[in-house]
Design a protein around this ligand. Structure first.
Ligand SMILES: C[S@@+](CC[C@H](N)C(=O)[O-])C[C@H]1O[C@@H](n2cnc3c(N)ncnc32)[C@H](O)[C@@H]1O
Length: 247
């Protein structure tokens, strides 16, 4: 399944109250939102007419989150769906994840793009290929190590795979507290030692089956992060199987 088709279905099933997109480019993914939508990109060049309720900010994600009140643009409504597809360097995507979760609802979900490079060249920090994922795939291991209570599922979409993260806790500071330690452990020079499981996609879940699994629906099954996390892990274990969750 093409990633835009997966995102389209997530919007339809989850019906977020507010949507954040980091990395807008032409607007192809931003236009999918049927709710208040915020796009952040220092160099967007919209080619698709956007007729939804959208604010596109010509700035970097770091600058956006460093504003005194980043949520002014949604009138204080936390994000219920976010797509992180900005600068494809590990530390930038990690900060994007940390900042996005902090401004998300416990019912929310975050989708990260380009998590399954097809070659070591495509995963390089110093870009030298046309299609480029960079080294953002390290986030999969970081979340497994530091945030095991999250439900994290690799999604088998074209061209370069997605990571779906549910069970968010906006008050959790674990990743911020360990930020320097995480960079010291995971940020590597090129060529990236991309794990075989990433390159051959052995732990990604088929996109169509994921949409049918009721995992997305379980994100609204309770109110507190702990209750939602428990429900999500139950659904994930029974409908997806242990091999595919937090892999
Ligand atoms: C792969 S494109 C986004 C594609 C779009 N999401 C889609 O699916 O059609 C990546 C975008 O990230 C933007 N970008 C680069 N650095 C960024 C940053 N620090 N913060 C936000 N966006 C950034 C680039 O300008 C580029 O337009």
């Amino acid at each position: 399944m093409y990633y835009i088709d997966f995102l389209t279905e997530v919007h339809r099933r989850h019906r977020p109250g507010a949507y954040l997109e980091i990395g807008v480019a032409s607007g192809k993914s931003l236009r999918l939102a049927g709710c208040r939508a915020v796009g952040v990109d220092p160099a967007f060049a919209i080619t698709t007419p956007l007729d939804n309720d959208v604010a596109v900010l010509r700035t970097t994600s770091d600058e956006y989150f460093n504003r005194p009140d980043p949520m002014q643009v949604t009138k204080g409504q936390p994000y219920e769906l976010a797509f992180i597809d900005g600068l494809h360097l590990f530390e930038f995507a990690l900060r994007d994840y940390i900042n996005t979760e902090r401004h998300s609802s416990a019912h929310g979900m975050i989708i990260l793009d380009d998590m399954y490079p097809r070659t070591v060249d495509e995963a390089a920090r110093v870009r030298h290929t046309d299609a480029w994922t960079g080294d953002v795939f390290w986030i999969i291991e970081v979340l497994a190590k530091y945030r095991p209570e999250l439900t994290v599922v690799g999604v088998d979409t074209q061209p370069t795979g997605l990571l779906l993260v549910l069970g968010l806790d906006p008050a959790d500071t674990t990743l911020t507290d360990h930020y320097d330690e995480i960079l010291a452990e995971f940020r590597r020079s090129d060529p990236q030692p991309v794990p075989a499981a990433i390159l051959d996609r052995s732990s990604v879940f088929p996109a169509a089956r994921l949409l049918e699994s009721e995992l997305i629906e379980a994100a609204r099954s309770a109110e507190t992060p702990a209750e939602i996390q428990a429900n999500l892990q139950r659904v994930a274990a029974s409908r997806l199987g242990a091999d595919f969750v937090n892999a």
